[in-house]
Design a protein around this ligand. Structure first.
Ligand code: ADP
Length: 495
C-alpha cells in the first residue's frame, strides 16, 4: 500500500515521548513489509549536520487567512531488509519550527501552537496533493497521530472543493493519549479557515473552546488507539477526558492495537549505550550494567534491589504517589534511580528526596536517551504507577532488558505485563506485578511483594526469563495496522 503518515514527532528526528518511538518504528516496519511509506513531520531545530536532504516542494499554505510560504525537504532512508527506502518529508518553516522545544519552552506551551499545527496539517494535505497530482504517485491511506495532525481529517472531509481529488484517501487517526487534545480558546476558531457551522457541538466546539482532536475523531474514517484496554477505557468518563461521548458515537468503535518496540534499537545483546551486553541465557552483563549504573549515579556498589523510575514527570504517570511513599521506601533495603523531566514541582520533590537520601536515590533530571537504556539494563525492577497509560513503552523495554515491571493495572500496562500469581507462575507466563488502585497503599503492597519474590532467586529468574522472551516486535502490530488501512471490505476480500 501507499501510506502517508503525518506526525509531529518521530525517532530518530524528534522525540518528547512514546509517540516518536511508535511512529518511527511503525514506519520502518511497514516499509519492511513491502509498503511504500512517506513520513511527513515538521523540520525542528537540531537537524544533524551533513544529512542528505533535497528540496522536494515549495508550497503556499493558508494560515489565519494569510498565505505562508514553506519548503518541503525529502530524505530517503535505507531500511535493512526492505526493497525500497522510507521517505521522510520535512515541513520547513523556521519561524514556527526552528525553536528550542517541540511544543513548549520552560514548561509553557507556545502561544501560537494552533497556527503551527494548522500550517503543518494543511502542508501535509498539500504534500499528498503534490504527490498525487504533480508527481502522479498513488496514496491510499493518510495515517494521522494525535491532535497535532487531527485537523488533516477535518480539512479533507469538510472542504471537499478545496481538496478535490483527495476524496478517495482513507484517513486513520491513532490516539496516543487522550490527555492532550489541542484545545484552544473559541475566539481562535476563525484562524482555522473552516465554515463557521463547524464551531458547534457536532463539530470542533468543546465547551466554548476549539478542540482539534475532537475534529479528528469525528472526521476520520477509522480511529484507533494503542492498546485494547485503553480502547475500552476511553469510552468512559474517567479516561475519555470529555471525549468519551464522541468516541462512543462512532458506529465502528475504536480499535486497539498494542505498540511494539524497535527490537534492534532496544536489544541488550547489542545495545551500544550499555557498558556490557547480555542475553537471557547469560545475565552476567546485566550485573555489570547494574554496577556501572550505581557508579554513574553515585550510589554505593551494593547487592540490593535496584528500582527504576523512567518517564515524563506528570500527574498522568503517578510519580507523586512514589514521592508520597519515599519514607516507607527508604525503610526497605533498596536503591532507586529516577530519570525524568517535566512538572517543576515533581522535579523539586525528587531533588529534595535525593538530597535527603544520597546513598539510596540516584537522580537524573532531563531527557537522556543513553541513560534510559542504561537504567533499563542496570535495574532489577521498574515501577510505572500511571493513573492512565495508553500503551506505555518503558515497561516493554524493561521486559526486553530483564527488568521486572511493577505496573498499575490500566491501559497498555494491563495488556502487556502478565501479573505474578500462583497460576501464572505455575504456567510460566508471569512477567511482572500489577496493582489496581492509584494509591500509595496499593503501590507499596506491590513493591513489597516484588521484594519478597526478588529473594526467591529461582522465581525471580523465571520472571526475568519469561519477560525477555516475549515477542515485542512490531511485526504483528504493523500487520494489524495494514488490516485497518484496508478496511473491513477489502480485508474480507483478502480472506
Ligand atoms: P509517554 O509517551 O506517555 O511519555 P511511553 O512509556 O509511551 O510514555 O514512552 C516514553 C518514552 O520516552 C520511552 O521511550 C522512554 O524511554 C522515554 N523517556 C521518557 N522520559 C525520558 C527521559 N527523561 N530521558 C530519556 N528517555 C525518556
Amino acid at each position: 500500500m501507499n501510506i502517508v503518515m503525518a506526525a509531529s514527532e518521530a525517532v530518530p528526528y524528534a522525540k518528547t515521548g512514546g509517540l516518536a518511538d511508535v511512529v518511527g518504528a511503525l514506519a520502518i516496519e511497514l516499509t519492511k513489509l513491502g509498503h511504500h511509506v512517506i513520513l511527513v513531520m515538521p523540520d525542528y531545530r537540531g537537524r544533524a549536520a551533513g544529512e542528505s536532504r533535497q528540496l522536494a516542494m515549495r508550497l503556499s499554505i493558508p494560515v489565519d487567512g494569510k498565505p505562508v510560504d514553506i519548503t518541503v525537504e525529502e530524505e530517503n532512508v535505507p531500511v535493512t531488509g526492505a526493497l525500497h527506502r522510507l521517505r521522510v518529508l520535512f515541513v520547513r518553516y523556521d519561524p514556527y519550527f526552528d525553536r528550542p522545544g517541540l511544543y513548549q519552552q520552560d514548561h509553557h506551551d507556545y502561544p501560537d501552537n494552533l497556527e503551527r499545527f494548522i500550517l503543518f496539517c494543511r502542508a501535509a494535505l498539500e504534500i499528498v496533493r503534490g504527490l498525487m497530482e504533480t508527481r502522479g504517485e498513488k496514496v491510499d491511506v493518510l495515517h494521522l497521530h494525535d491532535w497535532q495532525t487531527a485537523l488533516c481529517a477535518v480539512y479533507l472531509k469538510t472542504l471537499p472543493h478545496e481538496y478535490k481529488g483527495l476524496d478517495q484517501l482513507k484517513v486513520l487517526l491513532t490516539l496516543h493519549n487522550m490527555g492532550y487534545q489541542g484545545i484552544f480558546p473559541g475566539q481562535q476558531f476563525a484562524k482555522l479557515g473552516l465554515p463557521p457551522s463547524l464551531f458547534s457541538p457536532s463539530g470542533l466546539e468543546f465547551y466554548g473552546s476549539v478542540n482539534c482532536l475532537k475534529g479528528g475523531i469525528i472526521f476520520s474514517d477509522t480511529v484507533s488507539t494503542v492498546s485494547p484496554t485503553y480502547a475500552q477505557e476511553i469510552m468512559t468518563a474517567e479516561y475519555g477526558c470529555g471525549l468519551e461521548g464522541v468516541l462512543a458515537s462512532r458506529a465502528d468503535g475504536v480499535k486497539g492495537i498494542t505498540n511494539g518496540i524497535d527490537i534492534d534499537a532496544w536489544n541488550p545483546e547489542s545495545d551500544s549505550y550499555l557498558p556490557a551486553q547480555y542475553t537471557a541465557a547469560d545475565l552476567s552483563g546485566k550485573r555489570a550494567c547494574k554496577r556501572a549504573l550505581q557508579r554513574e549515579l553515585k550510589l554505593p556498589n551494593r547487592d540490593v534491589p535496584l528500582l527504576a523510575v523512567i518517564g515524563r514527570l506528570t500527574f498522568q504517570k503517578g510519580f507523586d504517589l512514589l514521592i508520597d511513599v519515599i519514607p516507607e521506601l527508604m525503610s526497605l533495603d533498596i536503591q532507586t534511580v529516577v530519570l525524568g523531566t517535566g512538572d517543576h514541582h515533581l522535579e523539586q520533590q525528587f531533588i529534595a528526596a535525593q538530597a535527603r537520601y544520597p546513598d539510596r536515590i540516584g537522580l537524573c533530571l532531563g531527557f537522556n536517551e543513553g541513560m534510559a537504556h542504561r537504567i533499563e539494563a542496570g535495574s532489577d525492577m521498574l515501577i510505572m504507577p500511571s493513573r492512565y497509560e495508553p500503551c506505555g513503552l518503558s515497561q516493554l523495554y524493561s521486559l526486553r532488558y530483564g527488568t521486572v515491571p511493577i505496573v498499575r493495572r490500566t491501559g497498555g500496562l494491563a495488556d502487556t505485563v502478565i501479573p505474578f500469581r500462583p497460576s501464572t507462575i505455575k504456567s510460566g507466563r508471569a512477567t511482572g506485578f500489577h496493582f489496581i488502585d492509584a494509591s500509595t497503599d496499593s503501590l507499596l503492597s506491590a513493591l513489597v511483594l516484588s521484594l519478597h519474590v526478588y529473594k526467591e532467586r529461582q522465581t525471580w529468574q523465571s520472571l526475568i526469563y519469561t519477560g525477555m522472551k516475549v515477542d515485542l516486535s512490531w511485526d504483528r502490530s504493523a500487520k494489524l495496522y495494514v488490516d485497518l488501512y484496508r478496511g473491513p471490505q477489502e480485508g474480507k476480500k483478502e480472506n
